[in-house]
Design a protein. Structure first.
Length: 243
């Protein structure tokens, strides 16, 4: 592995971690009214780094006590209550989905790496000659599980739904969005693994390497690109809540 590539990947991961820590520290002082967003912002900063940091402070940050008190005194809308532009709302919805995908993919990839037999349960050597395809199956299941939970704790409180109705609504809102995200992620990871690393660099893209997780950062950005228009449509049709 070229040293420059290793150093570049390490720097990218550290930048993402730094941006996530900055947002997390601010959320301690200014928690979101929708508690699940306290997870969404720092998790998505792990791959979106400076972009997510900008979007959080520009559109996602909760007002401090001083600004909230001032709004109350003027009898105007609370700063947090003002809706962002629609393109930002669609981005927030896509990031909400992406945060579940990110946590699911991280958990699944490390599980398959640390317990290789899991890949066997999902078709490695029986259905798939390459372990990566079994890992992607586990990725999807984990990402879907996290995504449904994240979506439930958004939709159910906003619509006043019970558990069963909330889970159905969460599945409707998240299935297409999450699938679109994973398609973009898988597409780039296939390109990175099979072409960039195996063919051009002549080396494997291992889960326990900074190069792998840097490629996952880029893959998540590709996932956002394929997921964004889907979330635009889901909000316009009322299937998903505006955020």
């Amino acid at each position: 592995m070229p040293d420059w590539l290793h150093d570049l990947c390490l720097a990218s991961l550290l930048l993402g971690a730094l941006c996530a820590l900055i947002i997390a520290a601010d959320l301690v002082r200014r928690p979101q009214s929708m508690w699940i967003m306290n997870l969404v912002w720092p998790v998505t900063a792990l791959f979106g780094s400076a972009w997510i940091l900008w979007q959080y402070f520009a559109y996602g940050r909760s007002p401090g006590n001083v600004s909230a008190d001032a709004a109350t005194a003027r009898n105007t809308a609370m700063p947090e209550a003002r809706q962002p532009p629609f393109w930002v709302a669609a981005a927030n919805a896509a990031l909400h989905c992406g945060s579940g995908c990110t946590l699911g993919d991280i958990a699944a990839e490390w599980l398959v790496f640390l317990v290789p037999s899991v890949a066997g349960w999902f078709g490695w050597r029986r259905l798939f000659g390459d372990k990566i395809f079994a890992a992607w199956t586990v990725d999807y299941l984990f990402a879907y599980g996290f995504g449904i939970v994240f979506q439930y704790f958004t939709i159910a409180p906003m619509r006043g739904l019970g558990f069963a109705d909330g889970m159905v609504a969460a599945a409707k809102a998240d299935t297409l969005s999450l699938t679109a995200w994973q398609v973009g992620m898988y597409g780039f990871m296939a390109f990175a693994d099979f072409y960039l690393f195996r063919r051009l660099l002549g080396t494997a893209l291992a889960t326990d390497s900074v190069e792998f997780w840097c490629m996952m950062q880029i893959a998540m950005l590709c996932g956002f690109a394929t997921c964004y228009p889907v979330n635009w449509w889901l909000i316009r049709t009322g299937i998903k809540e505006r955020m």
